[in-house]
Design a protein around this ligand. Sequence first.
Ligand code: HEM
Length: 138
Amino acid sequence: MSVDVETLEESFDLVAPRGDELMKTFYDRLFETAPAVQPLFADVDMERQREALLNMLVVLRESLRDLDDIVPDLQDLGSRHVQYGAQPEHYPVVGEVLIGSMAEIAGDQWKPEYTTAWQEAFVVVQDVMLQGAATGAG
Ligand code: HEM
């Protein structure tokens, strides 16, 4: 797997100090953009959920230089998402909303190339998760 590591690191480091705000913005925007996914989170403790997703993003940021090492974890994560009710067609909207939320939090400091780098990286992560979902890894 290969992604634009430096651009991803630089852009993530802009928003990471405001991770809580990023997660709140992300879920607010997600439920507004895709109300159909809200029921999947009906019984979920959203405070823990925000922590879990942020933590996953931090792990991803720390693993960008050795992405192959986290392939099995991403496959397991994708497999668990089948139980959560996530469908393949939900992934693009999650990616779009996540990237849009990062841009909102970073404000003027966000550059168009950050969006491109994250779009590419999200597809890489999504494809590995969906591979895990399809093969039932984990
Ligand atoms: C790159 C994409 C995604 C990442 C990195 C991600 C990450 C995570 C993480 C780390 C958790 C915590 C639970 C666990 O580790 O198993 C989680 C839970 C969850 N995710 Fe995702 N997710 C992604 C895409 C999606 C999509 C497309 C959906 C569908 C709308 C979704 C719906 C959920 C739900 C409903 C839970 C709560 C599970 C529960 O506690 O019952 N996720 N996600």
